[in-house]
Design a protein around this ligand. Sequence first.
Ligand code: GLA
Length: 745
Amino acid sequence: MGITYHENTHIFHLFTESTSYQILLFQNAYPLHLYWGHRILEDLPASHLETAYRRNTILTQTPIDDPMFSREYLPFEYPCYGTSDFRSPAYQTVDCDGYRITDPRYIRHQILPGKPSMGPLPSSCCESDDEAQTLIITLLDRPHNLQIDLYYTVFPAYDVITRHTEFTNLSDRPIHLTRALSVSLDIKHGPAQMMELCGTALRETHVERRSLGTGMNGFESRRGFSSHQHNPFVALMNEDTTETSGEVFALSLVYSGSFTMQAERDMYGGIRLQSGINPCEFDWLLTSGEKFHTPEALMVYSCCGLERMSLTFHHFLRERIARGRFRFEPRPILLNTWEACYFTFTQESIMTLAKAAAKAGIELLVLDDGWFGRRDNDHSSLGDWYPDHTKLPNGISGLCEEINSLGLQMGLWFEPEMVSPDSALYRAHPDWCIHVPGYPRTQWRHQLVLDLSRKDVCDYLVQSVSSILSSCPIQYVKWDCNRRITEAASELLPAERSGEFFHRYMLGLYDVLQRITSRFPDVLFENCASGGGRFDPAMMCYFSQNWASDNTDAVSRLKIQHGASMVYPPLWITSHISASPNHQLDRPTPMEFRQHVSQPFNLGYELNLLQMSDSELAAVAQQIKTYQQLRPLIQFGDFYRLRSPFDGNETAWMISAEHGRHILVWYYKPYAQAEEAYLGIKLRHLDETAHYRLLDSDQIYSGSTLMYAGLTIDWHNGDHFSQFWHFERIADAAVSTEAVQEESL
Ligand code: GLA
């Protein structure tokens, strides 16, 4: 497994355990895409290309050496524009004379063990050289001496192939890159549909599936960040693909800035799937000797539906994108003060809350917004990262000491990339925010964004956050980012580099995050951008969990979490039990329903314990105990979607942990319906012949019963019904045949 190249076939064959990806070196000049899909044993025969692509070139454009082939339809691995391929190009350039043509040809390739570093960009990592192999195909555009290296890394055991591209200017004249995508894939028998995760703040990661028409299909973020509106993920599939059957071709971009994700259907039904930095406003000046790396794209193929795709992403993101100490550590159960008291608190009130939290069994208390500068509302103080002594007379370290003395860890909220016009930082450095001289500085939540393309600004961020983190044992940081980028420009960038701004911002941010997270390896960093506004794999390289949405309403969370689970592992998706009625929707929901919705993910609380009755507090304490017992199973198990909230009134999720020994199942029905149909769910991926005990009962079921007859759902009147089952597989010897209750629907 790995990568082969056969001189006789001129084919590069990239294998994972269950997928193959093949590239033909055509005429020893052009890498063409031959195949991506289910693992095949040998290189495709030459006739595969000829029968598929040999056409009457009179009807098309300039033949490519052989009169039977035209660039107009050949499947290029990294296509250019302007020499008769009229589909979407993977990159574009403008040289000093204003010419825009390039025609790169193959010059060499290398197959290396492991995976070379991608410099300052976050990317997947390889723990040892024998778990991955990298193919680098080097192309050269001779007239410009522009070298283009196509990188493909194969992780056979993870069933993942990653791609990115590196440009090197080998000439003595500069050249502009005006488009530089990470990946381009010509899929011959193009699937009929695309699926994405879209929405807005409070309604993130909603699953949307649509048909692909002829021409351009796709979506993009132009907000400077990956955005609530579109997650940098796409899956192509046919109409009949389900959770458990059908082919899926999925891409996820390891990038947190503006991106594009597009699928162009050509006149023969082929699809050109592309992703990378959004070319909108992108213009990178590559001077002599300089290099430009695109972000990395993760490619996942599944021959058996979305479930396999998600599991592949979950394992890979958890183990080869996530870094640091917390990768394999259970996450603490926290209480966040935001919905408990917003900006209104004192040291005393926080300590009263902390005592109630400690009593309930909470493990970490997060002091959210409002602790710094003079921040009594969202009009001021971002940038002034020193404690407000009117609220906290003993500062953060004094509070931390008191919280720790209760046996609780302490966490703190920051929004380091931002500045309030009403702040000491802004008064001292009005030029540090992103702006265009002479134009109004658009405010969003009364704040501006700092110019992270500047080193001095990045250094300030590192120093100001570090000085708080090194002042006392803060164990968690919630890193927020509550607006998008407007008036994109930096005073320090010369005019000919102004199109580099958006990407330079991301490079600055990644540098800051790298410096801070490596300086504080024992701090657990949580990613937040008004909820899920920057929910992407690149952030997983620095953050151990992600606040999926500011919407904590349990009914809304079914869709948000279901959608997020398409790509992201449940332990990365934080889910807090909040008050009823809920603060965003004013919807009341029973405590048990809220518990069941948060439980399969990374559990926390976002409510004022001091406003709860004794019986509610007792329920919270019990929930925490239960979650602590289930935590290793939930956070490191395999997650399955049994029923989708996007298909109707029911949702069901399942986690299989410890190699199938523990099976956890959750079922939800938000709205009661009169005289409703019989309800039931069938489990998946159990051992048919094994037996499973339903915990807290005497019932024993065979795997075959649970999978083929399924579980019946209790009849229940009233909204917000949920049910939970925990099965444990029992050793064969322990099963007495009489005890087996073959229950059927
Ligand atoms: C954002 C976050 C919230 C909270 C507030 C504080 O909206 O998503 O969770 O931290 O900021 O201002």
